[in-house]
Design a protein. Sequence first.
Length: 187
Amino acid sequence: MAIKIYIDQGHNPVNPNAGAEAFGLREQDLVYEIGVQLAELLRANGNFEVMLSRNSPDEILGTTNQESLQIRVNEANSWPANFFISLHTNASTNPSASGTEALAYSRASQGYVMGDHITRWVSRLTGLQNRGVSLRPGLYVLRYTNMPAVIAELGFITNQHDAMLLSQQPDLFAQALYRAILEYYGL
């Protein structure tokens, strides 16, 4: 039986729920592309079924931020997915902030375990600093999914090096996520 992975390419292409921007790049565009490449890798493996939150770069989910998050969670819950992975880029007012991190509901959650795999693989393949896994139980997609969930903050869009890596080598991030998922499932 195939493992069902819901890949949430965070944010909408425009408001409501648009993402961070820096250096002429938009978070929602970067994670859309990485999500599509990750889905292709997982589907080619044969052990996975994949559902993407956005099936085209201009697809808008919901008319409010709350509705956008509800649509993503409800779709994953009703499928039902075995794992929910939400892709994002981080942002900071400090332009030197750099690296990859993950957000999980609790230390005891499988999202925390997956987050550890993701940050290690992203760091290994991209050279970005591993900032570890942080707990954020109040975040909607971590709180209301019926399956394990993790938010992957792949790199800082506000850091020029991270941003260029995200935009010019999305395949590295997709490959890192793919390897993390394989490692998590022992494949």
